[in-house]
Write a protein that binds this ligand. Structure first.
Ligand code: HEM
Length: 523
């Protein structure tokens, strides 16, 4: 009897605890208000089964997130609703839904509510990419376009990139003479890193203190941190504090190292301000910093965070695209031959390709576009719906995180013929596969650079980096690999990288070409 009473009490306590936890769960993580659903007269988008408490967190954190989300969208449709704890996320996987969002709600999604560590240069309130769409963002974007990334600014800095392309060419030539292999991604990173540094600061990396390696190392560490920052972003208030505190030490360590390097550059620049004839990006930012009456008052931290952002956003994206595109070309010798014929006929065999040749090389442009379509370096883009709205007939609550799967949109069989195939000719004017046929109304199918007010401001520079690097590698060298084909497996992370980084040996094309090759900067 005593045992029976004990069992009864035990069951009672367990049941009471279960009820209490359910109540806590309901109140702490309660679902979005149904009254809103009624107000909009529609339901939330479909949602896969979720786990208790964490919701769909596990689905968003898989190593190849764009691929696992692709599987979910083929099962649940182009607009899916997730719950991370109780915070809403919608996943968009179709070009039509993306078009509707960017056409009707661009302003509503023009901010990313990223978490913040105030004094950090990586995810702090000073970071341009995380800044809300307001005065600070608009002020910096104007400077970015007029002084660094707009057509006139790019024309002014062309000499720097020509010089760096020649340097890249001589590294490859040296490897070719020694019959050594090249890690294409690593060398491409050096090319974009050196070019960006010179374009921003007006000077090369200092030889003395290993500045180049230091900055490259920091950018790599920053890449590694992005997934953790996204994790913290998905947790959102109040859990983001917990998320951030897990990684705060690592984030601050990289941030402080960047701060040290950039403070030195800033001081040096301030000391030599009078010597500069051309006002570079840093001069303009320092002038705004010192100007009490500037349109927007910026701090030293704003300047440094801005630089970190440029290196982060522009470096790996360009280098990965160069690597993926070369891998595709090496696997398809007929494409390499066609590309080379075009370059030879436009550029000739006595000088190195330069960026002013690009508009006359439609097939090269098509190859670059196709590389970005199949292998977008940022397969997922993240924004936040500031207000509740209706999309595709479904209700999207305010403060919902928008996750756009650009990778899936650009492989959508409804808008792309043979979507898994590398077929550059689809981007040639008047091609059967080309844009004429594909240009469907009301779709946003080509978005390697995102879209709208917060789309990538560096797309022109990105095309230049990839176009000239790939063009030069095809113009000057044959490429030998181990085995028959380059392994195209993808690796995890937020950036789309190669699971087996491309390693190949350059072979000079012909002695005649090399003997007579003129460098644009010396001609
Ligand atoms: C192949 C090269 C590149 C690719 C594929 C790429 C792609 C992207 C994508 C997908 C976004 C997010 C867009 C969105 O949310 O809609 C972005 C943002 C951004 N990119 Fe790029 N990018 C490239 C090169 C560059 C370069 C060279 C720079 C500058 C030097 C740059 C600077 C930025 C900045 C500052 C942002 C944040 C814009 C904002 O928040 O408003 N990118 N990029």
């Amino acid at each position: 009897m005593a045992a029976l009473i004990f069992d009864f009490q035990y069951c009672f306590i367990i049941t009471l605890l279960c009820l209490l936890s359910l109540l806590c769960y309901y109140f702490i993580f309660k679902h979005p208000k149904n009254s809103r659903l009624v107000a909009y007269g529609c339901d939330l988008p479909p949602s896969p089964p979720s786990l208790p408490i964490i919701g769909h967190l596990h689905l968003l954190l898989s190593s190849l997130a764009h691929k696992s989300l692709q599987k979910l969208s083929s099962k649940y449709g182009p607009l899916i609703h997730f719950r991370v704890f109780n915070f809403p996320v919608v996943l968009v996987s179709s070009a039509c839904v993306a078009y509707e969002i960017f056409k009707a709600h661009d302003l509503n999604i023009s901010s990313r509510d990223n978490p913040s560590i105030d004094d950090s240069l990586l995810i702090g309130s000073s970071v341009f990419g995380s800044a809300p769409y307001g005065d600070y963002f608009k002020f910096m974007k104007k400077l970015l376009v007029t002084k660094l990334l707009g057509p006139q600014a790019l024309e002014r800095s062309r000499g720097i990139r020509t010089n760096e392309l020649e340097r890249f060419h001589s590294i490859l030539l040296d490897k070719a003479m020694k019959k050594e292999s090249v890690e294409v991604g690593k060398e491409a990173t050096k090319l974009s890193n050196n070019s960006l540094w010179r374009m921003c600061t007006g000077r090369s990396f200092s030889e003395e203190n290993g500045e180049a390696e230091r900055v490259r190392g920091l950018v790599t560490e920053l890449d590694g941190l992005t997934k953790k920052v996204l994790f913290a972003t998905l947790l959102r208030t109040p859990l983001e504090k917990l998320g951030i505190s897990l990684f705060k030490k690592e984030i601050m360590c990289v941030s402080n190292s960047f701060d040290e390097v950039l403070e030195r550059v800033l001081v040096e620049h301030e000391q030599n301000l009078d010597e500069h004839q051309d006002r570079d990006m840093l001069d303009v930012l320092l002038a705004a910093y010192g100007d009490e009456k500037a349109e927007h008052k910026i701090t030293r931290n704003h300047i440094k965070a801005f630089f970190v952002e440029i290196f982060f956003a522009g470096n790996d994206t360009s280098a990965q695209s160069i690597q993926w595109t070369m891998a595709e070309i090496i696997n398809k010798p007929t494409i390499l031959e066609r590309l080379r014929e075009e370059i030879d006929s436009v550029v000739g065999k006595t000088r190195l390709i330069q960026e002013t040749d690009l508009p006359k090389l439609p097939y090269l442009q098509a190859v670059v576009k196709e590389g970005l379509r199949l292998h977008p370096p940022l397969p997922l883009f993240v924004r936040t719906f500031q207000e509740g709205c209706k999309i595709g007939g479904f209700y999207i609550p305010e403060k919902t995180t928008l996750l756009g799967n650009a990778y899936v949109m650009m492989r959508d069989p409804n808008v792309w013929e043979d979507p898994e195939e590398f077929k550059p000719e689809r981007f040639l004017p008047y091609s059967r596969l080309g844009e004429g046929e594909e240009r469907r109304e009301n779709t946003l199918k080509y978005i390697p650079f995102g879209s709208g007010r917060r789309g990538c401001p560096g797309s022109n520079l990105g095309y230049i980096f990839v176009g000239t690097a790939v063009g030069m590698m095809v113009q000057c060298f044959d490429w030998k690999i181990k085995g028959d084909r380059v392994n195209m497996d993808e690796a995890g992370g937020l950036n789309l990288t190669m699971a087996h980084p491309l390693k190949c040996t350059p072979v000079p094309r012909s002695q005649g070409l090399l003997a007579n090759l003129q460098m644009p900067s010396s001609s």
